[in-house]
Each structure stands twice: as C-alpha cells, then as structure tokens.
Design a protein around this ligand. Structure first.
Ligand code: THU
Length: 151
C-alpha cells in the first residue's frame, strides 16, 4: 500500500470503529485504528461511564487490546476520528486530536515499537485529515527509555 492509501484505510477503519462507541453522556463518538507492523489493524472506540471520569478513550481502548495480545511492541501507525453520530456515520467538523493522556499511552507502545509513529487525526466524515509524528504531539516524552527498559 502507498502511504496515502494506508492513511485512508486507517481513517476508514477508525470511522467504522467509532460506530461501536459507547458514548451516551457526551454523544461524541471516537474511533481509533492501530496498524501493526505485520499489516493487521486493531481498533477501539470510547467507552463512557455514569461516573464520567472513568471514561476510556478510543486510543486507550485500542492500545489495551494490543497490549493484552502481547503486541505492544508491534505498533506502526495510528488513525483517530471523532464526531457526533449521524445514523451509522459521523458528522464532519474539525479533525480530532488525541487527548494528553492518550498521547502518553500511545508513546508507551511507540517507544516499545522503536518507531516515531505517524498519527493521522481526522474529522468524523474523514474529509479533513492532518498527520503528525507522535514526537510532534508529545515532544520530550517520558517513557520506558527513561526507566532503562529500552536501549
Ligand atoms: N475521547 C477519546 O475517545 N479520545 C480522545 O483522545 C479525546 C476524547 C472521548 C472521551 C469522551 O468519551 C468523548 O471523547 C468526549 O470527551
């Protein structure tokens, strides 16, 4: 796949994942798609809770899935999208960027994967996408390398 078609496929997977969000409180559906080094794609969506602060973001849910499979060191690239639902799809708007906590959680997998991963940030309709390196979104990160776990 070309870089552009990888980005487009990940945005599409993130939009599909967002349709499985559990977000009855905010009404804001977020989907994340993680590309692994072997080409597999693992997705997640936000999971809200009546105790609002317990909400799990889409990126965190997706990283938990790969970590639990033993693939935390296999991350290659990420896409996230978010918006308000319109039937099974999402309305457009601005691109959604990962929250601060999710940047840190993505960094754990990125350092373990020895990759400054691309993070594609998309609007709900996928029409607006801005791509960053994780190091741009979380400069001078603290991570496993600081604790001597990575060369
Ligand atoms: N949300 C995510 O899933 N990821 C982010 O990076 C930002 C915010 C979710 C949390 C909550 O369910 C909803 O978006 C509104 O904040």
């Amino acid at each position: 796949m070309t870089d552009e078609s990888t980005r487009d496929a990940l945005i599409a997977a993130a939009r599909d994942a967002a349709s499985r969000a559990y977000a009855p409180y905010s009404g804001f559906h977020v989907g994340a798609a993680l590309l692994l080094k072997n080409g597999d794609v693992v997705t997640g969506a936000n999971v809200e809770n009546a105790s609002y602060g317990l909400t799990l973001c889409a990126e965190t849910a997706a990283i938990a899935k790969i970590a639990n499979e033993g693939w935390i060191g296999e991350l290659a690239e990420v896409a996230i999208v978010g918006g308000r639902p319109d039937g099974d799809a999402l309305l457009g708007g601005d691109a959604v960027h990962p929250c601060g906590r999710c940047r840190q959680i993505l960094n754990e997998a990125a350092e373990r994967s020895k990759t400054d991963i691309l993070v594609h940030c998309g609007s709900g309709d996928g029409m607006t996408v801005t791509s960053y390196r994780l190091s741009e979104l979380l400069p001078a990160a603290f991570g496993p390398k600081d604790l001597g776990l990575i060369d």
